[in-house]
Design a protein around this ligand. Structure first.
Ligand code: FE2
Length: 435
């Protein structure tokens, strides 16, 4: 054996387990031998004692903009906190960025992701610059880090496809340069009709180049923004079920309930993958409401209840739209627990699914993902006994393993508190299953 992780707690399994790794794959899963009476222990060059902590498949971020990370404050801050000022600031920053700066910022963010246990990332890249340096920087980065992190790149027309002459052509050029996924932004087009064309053009390119689709769709509070239905129609018409993601869809929050009911049935039929982005959409949406102020996210609970796959994305890290973020999918899940009304005891494990298996499915990576014999030896040893503690504490990743190699390790803070004359260690941990 190349590696054994002992005393691992696995989701959905009783007791503790040893994970045996050989040639980069999980070779065996055996119950941990705490009493010494079972079969002799396997031995490995590299042994990790998980100490009863949760060992999870790596986190997956299905939605981020790696070409914009760390730009808040580069020249200007988003002082109003609005989407419009974010778009304006990005519009000026991107004109002075160099390919090297984009690359280095994105690399720094990917390093943060690895430290936080995320080994699969889907990033959008702005394709509306004639130079396409954003595309060049991120395709190079994807290739440079591929031994550790899987990155998918979405050709994303930030300023619209039909708002100016070169954008449609730049999208196609970006795909030829190696983008993996076709994007779109129908609600940013000048008219509703152009929005429909935006979606149709993305699907045409996806068919032509054999790509997946992931469209920024209906990211507005406007209840009349209904482009996700066009996405579902195109998906069904072209037989692309399971290969199409609708990101954001915040307008769905404000749809009439009867329309939303009908729509969700169609989304289920299209096997549409939905991504909600709690960091950005909790602060950017419905700013014109005054009070009461609506929440700005898609109908995650209703979608899941009717069999539609829903994932959580990170979207931003200190960029023109959102000033916070540390590449932590656990932090995103924690926020969405509050914001999406997911605090029920049985809902919290679903949040964990939304940053792991659900997102792997959206990226079409489900067959090589998970903790099982024959799967790649990619996993995270969390400083938590279960998903309740992991999300509550936004736990550290003690070890992050890729293909049987440790690619990140952490030593969590040690706190010693003296109270009533006695010193003791404080970890904030609870027992198993949230007790
Ligand atoms: Fe986005």
């Amino acid at each position: 054996m190349d590696m054994i992780v002992r005393n691992a707690r696995l989701r959905g399994a009783e007791g503790l387990w040893d994970i045996e790794v050989e040639a980069g794959k999980i070779a065996a899963l055996a119950e941990s031998q705490t009493d010494g009476r079972k079969r002799p222990k396997a031995e490995a060059a590299n042994e990790i004692d998980a100490g009863g902590n949760l060992v999870s498949p790596p986190f997956v971020d299905p939605h981020v903009h790696l070409d914009a990370v760390f730009l808040d404050g580069r020249n200007t801050y988003n002082r109003s906190g609005t989407l419009l000022e974010g778009i304006k600031n990005w519009g000026t920053e991107k004109l002075t960025l160099t390919e090297e700066e984009i690359y280095q910022n994105a690399l720094r963010a990917v390093r943060w992701y690895v430290a936080n246990g995320t080994l699969k990332i889907r990033t959008h890249v702005d394709t509306t610059l004639e130079s396409l340096i954003n595309v060049r920087a991120l395709t190079k980065l994807r290739d440079d880090v591929k031994d550790t992190v899987d990155i998918q790149i979405v050709a994303f027309p930030q300023d619209g496809i039909f708002t100016a002459e070169p954008f449609a052509e730049l999208m196609e050029r970006s795909l030829k340069m190696g983008c993996d996924v076709v994007g779109g932004i129908p609600h940013n087009e000048l008219t509703r009709e152009d929005g429909v064309k935006d979606v149709e053009y993305a699907f045409e390119l996806a068919e032509k180049y054999g790509c997946l689709v992931d469209i920024h769709c209906d990211e507005t509070g406007d209840a009349q923004s209904r482009f996700v239905e066009t996405m579902a129609r195109e998906t069904i018409r072209r037989g692309m079920q399971g290969r199409v993601t609708a990101s954001h869809t915040t307008a769905m929050h404000n749809y009439d309930n009867d329309y939303a009911f009908k729509l969700i049935g169609i989304l289920a039929r299209a096997d549409m993958q939905m991504v909600t982005n709690p960091f950005d959409n909790s602060v950017l949406q419905n700013r014109n409401d005054g009070y009461p102020r609506r929440r700005g996210h898609t109908r995650a609970d209703e979608l899941l209840a009717r069999g539609v796959n829903v994932c959580i994305g990170h979207d931003s890290i200190m960029d023109p739209w959102y000033p916070m973020g540390k590449a932590s999918m656990l932090a995103a899940a924690n926020l969405f627990m509050h914001y999406g009304h997911f605090s029920g005891h049985d809902q919290i494990p679903v949040l964990f699914d939304m940053i792991t298996g659900n997102s792997a499915r959206a990226l079409r990576a489900q067959d090589s993902y998970g903790i099982g014999v024959g799967k790649p030896a990619d996993f995270v040893v969390l400083d938590a006994k279960d998903e309740y503690d992991a999300i509550r504490l936004e736990s550290e990743c003690l070890f992050v393993v890729r293909g049987g190699r440790v690619v990140s390790r952490a030593e969590p803070a040690v706190r010693r508190v003296t109270l009533a004359g006695r010193e003791s260690a404080v970890t904030f941990k609870s027992g198993v299953n949230g007790r």
